[in-house]
Design a protein around this ligand. Structure first.
Ligand code: ADP
Ligand code: MG
Length: 398
């Protein structure tokens, strides 16, 4: 059996190396179906090679067409599983110690929530990436149970008006009896009621422990997701009367220990961003305007971070928005990032479609170094423990 495991392990390492060579920022574009039968289609051509040609309905001349290039383009007939098949390798690498961030970008109504969660109360084959990914993690954990023992914890966070909102456990005695409470509008960066830790190793932000929920099955995660989704802030705008005005982040923290005592730690962020539409078009005023500005701030910061990474700047402005702060450890050099750029192909949306595609094109040109797994051997862990003990002994003497 050990020989078999060795082959599996070697294949996996080889596989991750190939993945790493492909680069660690990927951009997929997904075009949703046309719902308005009268609408003109802005999509001129979808290539097998990830190319996309769009045409302005007001300037349909051939020489006015715009060409984009992504890692993959999913047309309106692509199924949830078609999408997941191309996403699965990234999800699986989380189990080998890589930090992964998958985010859905696009204007309201373009299909972000459809891709990440699936339609509300959807059929079994319509479930989104969140569900399929989590399910895959548990399946892999089961397959590898003789060589690695995995533990999972989940955090569900919403960013609304540049404030973190999260689901918190009320009781801690038994996981299955746990009640989750929704705590609105608490900005824990300006309140001292909750503690924030900064991981010394990679300087990533860790939300308070209280928001971490141990999970043992896909069902546990779905229950959490349902609870969180029901609580997501929704407001009305001229574009869509139930448009999501907040960013929603589901993070799965993975901890694994193999037979030799090596420990791996990684996380998978699954992000459903707020609509990327411009403020003027939504005609929002008052509170609505404040929301839109904050949303744009977080999205603009995401763009700035990506641009800084692309230019290999020494300073990456993660701290300029809550979103980039939260995703910091999965947007940097040693993580893998996948962006889904969502497109509503109807003619009326041409302007928004162009800004989505331009943003996505900018993201896809980012080149980073090879991703790195967060894995430490038993020897290193042992040495670290010895150093910690010596430090403690020294502190006691003083
Ligand atoms: P967003 O989250 O970007 O605002 P939604 O995911 O809510 O958009 O999608 C808007 C509507 O379009 C929903 O009714 C959704 O079910 C539908 N939809 C989106 N993408 C697809 C798709 N690929 N296939 C079928 N229906 C889709
Ligand atoms: Mg949505």
């Amino acid at each position: 059996a050990l020989g078999y495991h060795k082959v599996v392990e070697e294949n996996r390492n080889l596989y991750n190396m190939v993945q790493d060579l492909k680069g660690n920022i990927r951009v997929y574009c997904r075009i949703r179906p046309i719902f308005n039968a009268e609408a003109k289609n802005v999509i001129d051509h979808i290539g097998d090679d990830g190319s996309l040609v769009v045409v302005d309905p007001l300037k349909p001349q051939k020489d006015k067409r715009k060409i984009f290039q992504f890692n993959h383009v999913f047309g309106p007939t692509a199924t949830q599983y078609d999408v997941f098949r191309e996403t699965r390798p990234l999800v699986r690498s989380v189990m080998d110690g890589y930090n992964v961030c998958i985010f859905a970008y696009g204007q309201t109504g373009s299909g972000k929530t459809h891709t990440m969660c699936g339609p509300a109360g959807g059929l079994a084959n319509e479930l989104g990436i969140n569900y399929l990914a989590v399910n895959d993690l548990f399946q892999l954990s089961d397959e590898r149970k003789d060589i690695i023992e995995y533990r999972f914890q989940v955090q569900m966070v919403e960013i609304y008006n540049e404030q973190f909102i999260w689901i918190q456990k009320q009781q801690t005695n038994s996981f299955y009896a746990t009640q989750y409470t929704y705590i609105p509008s608490v900005d824990f960066l300006t309140t001292n009621k909750l503690e924030i830790r900064s991981c010394a190793s990679d300087d990533s932000l860790v939300l308070p422990d209280a928001t971490m929920c141990p999970v043992k099955s896909t069902t546990d995660v779905i229950n959490l997701m349902k609870h969180g989704e029901g609580n997501r802030a929704v407001g009305s705008t001229a574009i869509n009367n139930r448009s999501s005005r907040s960013h929603s982040v589901l993070t799965v923290h993975v901890h694994g220990e193999d037979v030799s005592g090596s420990i791996l730690r990684s996380c998978l962020h699954l992000v459903d961003l707020a609509g990327s539409e411009r403020v003027d078009k939504s005609e929002v005023t008052g509170d609505g305007l404040k929301e839109a500005q904050h949303i744009n701030k977080s999205l603009a910061c995401l763009g700035d971070v990506i641009a800084a990474l692309a230019q290999k700047n020494s300073h990456i402005p993660y701290r300029n928005s809550k979103l980039t702060l939260l995703l910091q450890n999965a947007l940097g050099g040693n993580a893998k990032t996948l962006m889904f750029a969502h497109v509503n192909p109807e003619g009326d949306s041409f302007g928004e479609t162009m800004s989505t595609l331009k943003f996505a094109q900018r993201v896809s040109t980012v080149e980073l170094g090879a991703a790195r797994a967060n894995k430490e051997s038993a020897e290193v862990l042992e040495l670290k423990a010895q150093i910690d003990n010596l430090k403690k002994a020294l502190a006691n003497k003083e």
